[in-house]
Design a protein around this ligand. Structure first.
Ligand SMILES: [Zn+2]
Length: 208
């Protein structure tokens, strides 16, 4: 099952995490997780550029190491970068020390390759223990979402992903898409129309 929106109760259970932005007018906060990868990230950047839109990319450190030129393109295009661990670890299945080390390792590769220090973090799979969240929130904003596109869910047809994403996006939404192997076929059928929709509504995209 895909939750396109996050129930209020869940949001209240995890107060250290940011699920939405308040009072920001007509901004939509587009986010792309898991890249950068050669198969799809450049496509995303191009579609955003066509419309003058900006996004936040929660990157996997190991992908930055493997694809430094692509990573630099994200920064030079004006997009923002957040930490998504070095190896895309599941916080619920990883002990505290290993998890925190992996977060730090992603920060280090961002500094080495891109010369940036990010204050943003998003846990892979949305899974993070309270003690991990507590530690990470000392140095990063832990950013969740309130509009999950379901683009990675291969049981969903692209038309459904598009329709649901449009239906659940409103001003101040934090919307999640993925630039990774599973979305290579889906994004070209969803993203252009979704980005057009934001424009047609008179909303603007903003980085976190
Ligand atoms: Zn992820």
């Amino acid at each position: 099952m895909v939750w396109h929106t996050v129930p209020k109760l869940v949001q209240h259970l995890f107060p250290r995490r940011i699920w939405r932005k308040d009072g920001t007018g007509n901004s939509i906060y587009l986010t792309f997780d898991d890249g950068p990868v050669p198969q799809i990230t450049a496509y995303v950047v191009e579609e955003l550029a066509k419309r003058g839109q900006k996004a936040t990319f929660f990157v996997v450190g190991d992908n930055i190491r493997k694809n430094p030129a692509l990573a630099k393109e994200l920064v030079s295009a004006g997009h923002k970068i957040g930490n998504h661990t070095f190896n895309h670890l599941n916080g619920w299945k990883t002990n505290q020390a290993t998890y925190l080390e992996n977060v730090t390792r992603c920060d280090e590769v961002l500094e080495d390759v891109l010369g940036i220090k990010t204050n943003l973090f998003r846990p892979p799979y949305g899974m993070l223990t309270s003690s991990q969240a507590l530690e990470i929130s000392r140095s990063h904003e832990v950013v969740m979402w309130n509009m999950l596109s379901g683009d990675y869910d291969q049981s969903l047809k692209p038309e459904v992903v598009l329709k649901k994403s449009i239906q659940h996006t409103k001003p101040s939404s934090i919307a999640v898409f993925h630039d990774q192997a599973k979305t290579v076929d889906v994004l070209p059928k969803v993203l252009p129309q979704y980005l057009d929709f934001i424009q047609e509504m008179g909303w603007k995209t903003d980085v976190l």
